[in-house]
Design a protein around this ligand. Structure first.
Ligand code: SF4
Length: 276
């Protein structure tokens, strides 16, 4: 639980704060895995009064349903994809994808949602898969979660959305917004790798647990890995919460966490000579 264990042993209030913080982290994890009915209490950072009830949540419109369960990063299912070479272009990757029927998600899609943004972006966002609006429009993150992501990018870190690159693990909408299956993820992953090889971002930000789990190669608890640095193919990777989750749990604390993650991502990108 908390690293402040020594203090907790001598301070019952600190111990209670640790217990509350740990319980909240676990609830966030469950909620992001699809248990939408959970009400997670807001614990403000100061937590000066551990026994006091959390302030009531402001009434927020219900967000679109997110995936019901996280994808498991099953490396044994990963297939060899095309050899992109050192410098593919996004056009090459898209042409190779073609009118793809490599997995069963092709059956009910309206459009392939390949990705959008600057082909030379220094900051790349990777989500899980298209939703209903994305499937209709052929663009990633254009529903309510997408609007929030756009705000996070344009108002939060003050970068025009067209200057970053945004895509998903799978390019076709899973029916009913279910989670993509491991074999679907495996079929589509080579094209995500192609996009990363083409864009060559300075920093990757994964949105939500499934994207983080896939790129980190293991099932990760998003509340523990968010805000910490990792690497994917030598590129610094910052996991953060999915905007659909933020819509569901629209708390000052969750917004602060994402804000901190994005600020860290931009700072790292600039350290590495990135523009924007
Ligand atoms: S999800 Fe990916 S691999 Fe599956 S059909 Fe769509 S583009 Fe092809």
């Amino acid at each position: 639980m908390s690293s402040a264990g020594g203090d907790s042993q001598s301070d019952p209030r600190a111990e209670l704060r640790d217990i509350v913080a740990g319980t909240r982290e676990w609830l966030v994890e469950l909620a992001e895995e699809g248990l939408d009915d959970l009400k997670i209490p807001v614990i403000e950072p100061a937590m000066a009064k551990p026994a006091a009830p959390s302030p009531p949540e402001p009434a927020e419109p219900k967000a679109p349903v997110h995936r019901e369960a996280p994808a498991r990063a099953d490396l044994s299912l990963l297939r060899d994809g095309p050899d992109w070479g050192p410098s593919p272009t996004l056009d090459t990757v898209r042409e190779t994808l073609g009118d793809c029927t490599r997995c069963e998600l092709c059956a009910r899609r309206q459009t392939i949602v390949f990705g959008s943004g600057n082909p030379d972006a220094d900051l790349m966002f990777v989500g899980e898969g298209p939703g209903e609006q994305e499937d209709k429009q052929g663009l990633p993150f254009v529903g309510r979660a997408g609007e929030l992501l756009t705000q996070m990018i344009e108002k939060g870190i003050e970068i025009p959305r067209p200057d970053v690159y945004i895509c998903n693990i799978v390019k076709c909408r899973p029916p009913g917004n279910r989670n993509p299956k491991p074999d679907e993820v495996a079929a589509c992953r080579p094209f995500l790798d192609g996009q990363i090889a083409a864009v060559k971002p300075k920093v990757i930000v994964t949105l939500g647990k499934p994207a983080a789990s896939l790129l980190l190669g293991r099932d990760v608890p998003i509340t523990r890995v968010r805000g910490t640095w990792h690497e994917y193919q030598g590129i610094p990777l910052m996991p953060t919460l999915h905007p659909a989750f933020i819509l569901r749990q629209y708390t000052p604390e969750n917004r602060r966490l994402v804000w901190e993650d994005l600020k860290a991502a931009v700072a790292r990108m600039r350290e590495l000579g990135g523009r924007a």
